[in-house]
Structures are given as structure tokens and as C-alpha cells.
Write a protein of this length. Structure first.
Length: 144
């Protein structure tokens, strides 16, 4: 987050699905105006409500870039990631949120943090599904 903020200087960064953050990261985020939506918030409030709030926060921006870190998912859904940690969101939560954000303003996206050698391909299949659904939603948004 700090590297992206300092190198690319985006107008806004919102981290969604956060489960653990150290004090230094929190202090930097506060200073830089980086917002967090925790996985607990998503589970408690629901992906539809979170997606609506995110769309509202992103409304003023002409261009949006989405990064999907597969660590956001609970290890039950994607065990082969760099930092598997309990209390992640479900694949359905993730798809609901990212697809709701895929509109004409999205200039690009990436999906990262999959280490397929650590499972039987489950995580790679989920990552492919996320990319496929995002591409479909982007196509729909562009040609509606």
C-alpha cells in the first residue's frame, strides 16, 4: 500500500477485506488517507451494502484500477495464497463486490497472490473464476 501510494500517487486507495494490519501500516494509512473495509465488516454487513458504499466512495473518480489479492478469501476457498488467514470472505462475497465495481471507469485490474503449488489447483480455479466474472462484467458495462 505504501509503495503504491508513494510511487503511483493515486487519488484514492481503499483496501477491502483487510484482516490484519500492523501499527506502522495503520499509522501510514491514516496519514495518507487510505481507507479500510475489514473482512469482518463484509461478513457482518453483507457484500451488497459494502459494494454500495464503495461505489459511493469511488463515484467522484474518472478512472478506477482494481487489485484483487486472493488472500482476501478465507483459506477454505483459496488455501494456496501467500498469507492464508482465517476469517476471510467467501468467493461469493468477493464476486459480489468486485463485479459491482466493474463499470466503464475501470481502466484495468489484476488478480494476485496465488501459489498453485500449495494445493490441488483449487485456488487457481477460484482466481480464474474471479478474472472471468470481472471481464464479463466489464464487457457488459462497456456494451450494456
Amino acid at each position: 500500500m505504501q509503495l503504491i501510494n508513494e510511487e503511483l500517487k493515486p487519488a484514492k486507495i481503499i483496501e477491502v477485506g483487510t484482516r490484519s494490519v500492523c501499527k506502522d501500516e495503520l499509522a501510514y494509512a491514516k496519514k495518507a488517507g487510505i481507507e479500510f473495509v475489514t473482512s469482518h465488516q463484509i461478513i457482518k454487513e453483507g457484500s451488497e451494502k459494502i459494494a454500495k458504499e464503495l461505489r459511493k466512495k469511488l463515484a467522484p473518480y474518472e478512472n478506477v484500477y482494481l487489485t484483487v489479492d486472493m488472500d482476501v478469501l478465507d483459506p477454505a476457498f483459496a488455501p494456496a495464497v501467500q498469507n492464508p488467514e482465517p476469517e476471510g470472505i467467501t468467493t461469493t462475497n468477493l464476486l459480489d463486490i468486485v463485479c459491482a465495481l466493474c463499470d466503464k471507469r475501470v481502466v484495468g485490474f489484476d488478480v494476485l497472490e496465488v501459489a498453485p503449488i500449495y494445493d490441488q489447483g483449487v485456488s487457481a480455479v477460484v482466481a480464474a473464476k474471479v478474472m472471468f466474472e470481472m471481464l464479463c462484467q466489464l464487457e457488459k458495462a462497456r456494451h450494456g
